[in-house]
Design a protein around this ligand. Structure first.
Ligand SMILES: *[C@@H]1O[C@H](CO)[C@@H](O)[C@H](O)[C@H]1NC(C)=O
Ligand SMILES: *[C@@H]1O[C@H](CO)[C@@H](O)[C@H](O)[C@H]1NC(C)=O
Ligand SMILES: *[C@@H]1O[C@H](CO)[C@@H](O)[C@H](O)[C@H]1NC(C)=O
Ligand SMILES: [Ca+2]
Length: 224
């Protein structure tokens, strides 16, 4: 009996890939717990591209994409600062500040970021518009068991959340690749044209767990 219960519990915890086409995650309130959590099969990345769409009215600091390993909680982090147009990008625990980004509240934005260990350069793309390519960290890969969190910012591997850095709003179309995408591919993603789905995270076969109040809803389409 106990064994059966245990098996049921284990099964319900196992992430089964879901096709989230035309779905969104809704993070409806500020907490230090609610989040979406993903792990990856590969744990040694010499380059990264992450793309997603998000919508928020937050005018305080908040995390958009938090990737941690046991050795570095900010191993790859996209963080929106309170100030208008200001983003913090982190790779391998090193900070890179991006200023002057055209970014409106209460609007869907397509956000992508790339980094590679060879050049160490990091770049942000918002709605297909690139930021200045800046040196962040080179030489070593993002290495170790990876935990990715949406909705909260990790200060430890899988935890250490701060309510004042939580995300409130909607997110969709999350993809991650183990290489840098070309500018053309990023623009295609941003314009909803054809692109190759992520090979690390794929919105059309998304393995994840939700913790706390995070809803999976249909995209709200505009009437013609
Ligand atoms: C979050 O911010 C509020 C308002 O500034 C502050 O009162 C509170 O102490 C902060 N909470 C934490 C956990 O930092
Ligand atoms: C971008 O989209 C266009 C139109 O769908 C397609 O022809 C082109 O191959 C795409 N480019 C890339 C790099 O995916
Ligand atoms: C984006 O493309 C997908 C797949 O081609 C389609 O289902 C969706 O309706 C498009 N969204 C918008 C906003 O055009
Ligand atoms: Ca952190």
């Amino acid at each position: 009996m106990l064994l059966v219960l245990l098996l049921v519990m284990l099964t319900s915890c196992t992430a089964i890939p879901q096709n989230l086409a035309n779905k969104i995650f809704t993070f409806p309130q500020q907490t230090n717990t609610a989040h979406v959590r993903m792990t990856t099969s590969g744990n040694d990345l010499k380059a990264i591209t992450v793309c997603f769409r998000s919508f928020t009215d937050l005018n305080r600091d908040h995390s958009l994409f938090s990737l941690a390993t046991p050795s570095a909680d900010n191993n790859f982090l996209i963080f929106k600062k309170a100030a208008n147009g200001l983003f913090d990008l982190w790779a391998r625990g090193k900070l890179n500040t991006v200023e002057g980004i055209a970014y409106k509240l209460n609007t869907w934005h397509s956000i992508c970021s790339t980094w590679d260990a060879t050049s160490g350069l990091m770049q942000l793309w918002v709605d297909g518009v690139p930021s200045s390519r800046k040196f962040t960290s080179s030489g070593s890969n993002i290495n170790g068991p990876i935990i990715i969190v949406l909705g909260q910012e990790q200060d430890t591997h899988g935890g250490g959340f701060d309510i004042n850095q939580s995300f409130v709003g909607m997110m969709s179309d999350v993809h991650m690749w183990d290489h840098t995408l070309s500018s053309c591919e990023i623009q295609n993603y941003s314009n909803n044209l054809s692109f190759t789905a992520g090979n690390v995270l794929n919105w059309y076969a998304f393995e994840f767990q939700t913790v706390g109040r995070v809803l999976i809803e249909n995209k709200q389409e505009l009437c013609q």
